[in-house]
Design a protein around this ligand. Structure first.
Ligand SMILES: *[C@@H]1O[C@H](CO)[C@@H](O)[C@H](O)[C@H]1NC(C)=O
Ligand SMILES: *[C@@H]1O[C@H](CO)[C@@H](O)[C@H](O)[C@H]1NC(C)=O
Length: 358
């Protein structure tokens, strides 16, 4: 073999590695804007491939070149559905702007991810997004709030993640809450494990939710997902259940709140700031004030098992509820100027603070 032959072989081997790497880990970053009733416009950069530009007309589905990701513009011309076929695809919506959109009660949310194991929304702004009560031709009401839905699929056999980092949601609402009819999920973000086999970790970091509302989870709804909310601010959010966060999951779903601020929160039923159904709850270094709800003015836990005393640490609870329950007894660095947490009678008896069990 000549040295030329061997260098050709080396190049061929390198090319094979490159193409294999690309096929197994497509990396796509999209900037997608939908402003004041205008259609969706934007570009997706395919790492190692072409830049694809979209101006939405409301029809069609586009496989992004060099990836397993399919992008569909829904009929309203403002909604985008991303479907990922490969678990190793990395899909990021970065530096996008959505504002002044009203969708009817049946249209899909502005962004939906299906089967995307590494999806993230970063440095993005949602402002004045409304899901109205309009239901033309008796169409089927959407199960989601107006902004983001993340839905697991059977193709996800490995563990997967979704993150919302450095993003702001301002006035993203349903135009009226529906206590008994179809419950729509998450005024800003809904993450559902749904058909995925792998476990799901959702992270919300450095994000701001101001005046968001929905039936279940004024800002965030999760089902079967571990959720970490950190360094995040929740202000004047409301819901039927879970004024800011509505968390549902089995015992292995971890729910962690770190360094968050909840101010002026309201639920007509349970959990002015947070309603928890199942899972394992840790709340540290956070600030709750002015929570209102029928049960659990700031936090409602529906199962005693979700809670251990040493997982609620160093929080400040102001103007939550005047009635103290045993859930508010352990100090653990908490400043209980009102009682923040209520739960089922077996673990949440009314007790004056002076009589808290040791
Ligand atoms: C979002 O923040 C989390 C927590 O710091 C981090 O693990 C994740 O990589 C970030 N995602 C993106 C896309 O920057
Ligand atoms: C919650 O999870 C932590 C960490 O895995 C564990 O130490 C704790 O015992 C769990 N708490 C409950 C109430 O199951």
């Amino acid at each position: 073999m000549t040295s030329t032959d061997s260098s050709i072989l080396t190049i061929l081997a390198a090319l094979m590695v490159v193409s294999l790497t690309q096929a197994s880990a497509a990396k796509v970053t999209c900037t997608m804007n939908a402003i004041s009733g205008r259609q969706v416009g934007g570009t997706c950069s395919v790492f190692g491939g072409q830049v694809t530009s979209f101006i939405g007309t409301g029809t069609g589905s586009f496989p992004l070149p060099g990836t397993d990701i399919t992008y569909t513009i829904d009929a309203n011309g403002r909604s985008m559905l991303f479907e990922c076929a490969s678990q190793s695809d990395i899909l990021t919506v970065d530096s996008s702007v959505y504002s002044g959109q009203t969708i009817n009660n049946c249209e899909p949310p502005l962004i939906e991810f299906r089967g995307c194991s590494n999806a993230a929304v970063i440095n993005t702004k949602f402002t004045d997004i409304t899901r109205s009560n309009a239901q033309p031709d008796n169409c089927e009401v959407s199960q989601f709030g107006p902004c983001i839905a993340v839905v697991g699929s059977v193709s996800q056999t490995e563990d997967w993640t979704f993150s919302s980092n450095e993003t702001t949601f301002t006035t993203t609402i349903v135009s009226s809450l529906q206590p008994s009819a179809v419950s729509r999920l998450g005024g800003a973000i809904a993450v559902l494990k749904k058909d995925s086999v792998g476990a799901v970790q959702a992270v919300v970091k450095g994000t701001t939710f101001t005046t968001t509302s929905c039936d279940l989870g004024g800002a965030i709804h999760t089902a079967g997902v571990s959720l970490t909310a950190m360094d995040t601010t929740f202000t004047t959010n409301s819901a039927v259940d879970g004024g800011s966060i509505h968390f549902t999951g089995a015992a292995d779903a971890q729910f962690v709140v770190q360094r968050c601020t909840f101010t002026t929160q309201k639920a007509t039923a349970n959990g002015g700031s947070i309603a928890v159904y199942g899972g394992n709850v840790t709340i540290t270094d956070s600030d709750f004030s002015e929570g209102r709800a029928t049960q659990g003015a700031c936090v409602w836990l529906n199962q005693c098992a979700s809670y251990t005393k040493d997982q609620i640490v160093n929080n400040k609870w102001t103007d939550c509820s005047t009635q103290f329950t045993t859930l508010c007894c352990p100090a653990n660095g908490n400043v209980w100027s009102s009682c923040g947490i209520a739960g089922p009678a077996e673990c949440s008896e009314a007790v004056p603070p002076a009589l808290c069990p040791a």
